[in-house]
Design a protein around this ligand. Structure first.
Ligand code: C5P
Length: 397
């Protein structure tokens, strides 16, 4: 999968550095060549000897190393690879990258490179959730830095939550996708996400509780499999993932126009919670209390059904996936919806408040296709996204 590809692997200082040794092995097994860089902190966790022996290459450690500079300067080192991978990417390394610092070899290479960068964050859950790390990650993703993980689970520090470095096999898959070798390479996938806002007047609108978390995770998972993703999003709480083409819209009508402008696509995943109705007598001025005590009468009109339109349109993607957020009889309603809308699959879920799914981090879905209903266990929205992306890749073969 990585035949002849050159990976500059920067190993940061975290307990997950031990997994980087396995990562080196797996990259080589896939045909890749590793040039290792070990940060000062990284060398506290794994030795240059084990890294160099496994990589069968010189381990680069110091910025001001005259022998290295004479052999291959740091600028050349940063550019001679096909991809730069940072694993583990510690909170400190991410902060340095986001700030454009260059005070050691690793950060200098990351600033000097003209190649794509893939980071595999690994840190304590509090550090991962800290607003500073969130900010740094958002900056990096906006810069086009690719991410893989972190996973959720038990951490070396004894805490539980997101922060564990992605497994080496997942990092190798992400490397393959970043280099254009993923199973969805060359495919264009359209993803809709988030709520829509339907104005009542210039300051008020009707919306719903969709956070956009599931749609964003799906776009990221499809991107990680190598797809070119167009991400049409309403005003969501969750940030759009990096490495996808983002089209921001507010209303259902705008979303419908953006979706049709994004065609043709091989696949459409319509995860947006589109408002069914809009206010047709929305006021151009802010509505005022007129003193009579009578509230304004809002008149509703029906919004375009984007999913049904794309499913029956002339430019129908080969695979159209809809969502069904239900609060009762999930499978029966979703099965009927699949036929009514004309899509291939429906990802159905129960969004009754008691499930905590709407706006939460987990999802419990049932995949409805012509072959019937398949109940998936409750898992993180990220895991649902990865499983769905993998199924999409299979379906396109
Ligand atoms: O009709 P309902 O909202 O239950 O169907 C949900 C599915 O239909 C989702 O995939 C949603 O993105 C899509 N939808 C749409 N346009 C609408 C309403 C829903 O594309 N106006």
């Amino acid at each position: 999968m990585l035949a002849g590809k050159r990976i500059l692997l920067i190993i940061g200082g975290g307990i997950a550095a031990y997994k980087s040794l396995e990562l080196i092995r797996l990259i080589q097994k896939a045909g890749g060549v590793v040039t290792p860089v070990l940060t000062r902190a990284g060398a506290e966790f794994v030795t240059p000897l084990s890294v160099g022996a496994l990589a069968k290459a010189k381990v680069h450690q110091a910025l001001f190393d005259l022998t290295s500079e004479a052999e291959m300067g740091h600028i050349e080192l940063s550019r001679s690879a096909d991809l730069v991978v940072v694993a583990p990417a510690t909170a400190d390394l991410l902060a340095k990258m986001a700030g454009g610092r260059a005070d050691d070899l690793a950060s200098t290479l990351l600033l000097a490179t003209d190649k794509r960068v893939l980071v595999a964050p690994a840190m304590n859950v509090r550090m991962w959730q800290h607003p500073a790390t969130r900010r740094n990650l958002a900056v990096l993703q906006a810069d086009g830095v690719l991410t893989v993980g972190p996973d959720e689970g038990e951490m070396a520090c004894g805490e539980y939550g997101p922060g564990r470095m992605a497994e080496p096999a997942a990092i190798v898959a992400a490397i393959g996708a970043a280099l254009g070798g993923g199973p969805l390479a060359g495919r264009h996938v359209l993803v809709t996400s988030g709520p829509t806002h339907e104005p009542i007047d210039p300051v008020r609108y009707i919306a719903n509780r969709s956070s956009g978390a599931q749609g964003a995770a799906i776009a990221a998972a499809l991107r990680d499999l190598g797809a070119k993703v167009t991400f049409v999003t309403g005003p969501a709480e969750v940030a759009a993932p990096g490495g996808v083409a983002v089209v921001r819209v507010e209303t259902a009508q705008e979303m419908a126009a953006a979706v049709s402008a994004a065609l043709p696509a091989d696949v459409a995943v319509m995860a947006a919670a589109v408002a069914d109705w809009r206010v047709v007598n929305a006021s151009a001025q802010k509505l005022k209390k007129d003193g009579s005590g009578t509230p304004p009468a809002l008149e509703f009109g029906v919004n375009p059904d984007i999913l049904a339109t794309i499913s029956t349109g002339a430019q129908r993607p080969r695979l159209v996936v809809g969502f069904a957020a239900e609060t009762t009889d999930v499978v029966a309603h979703a099965t009927a919806k699949r036929l009514r809308k004309g899509c291939d699959w429906i990802v159905a879920n129960d969004v009754s408040p008691a499930t905590g799914i709407m706006g939460g981090t987990e999802n419990a879905v049932t995949l409805i296709s012509k072959d019937g209903a398949e109940v998936w266990p409750r898992m993180s929205k990220q895991a649902v996204a990865q499983q769905l992306a993998a199924r999409i890749a299979e379906a396109l073969v």
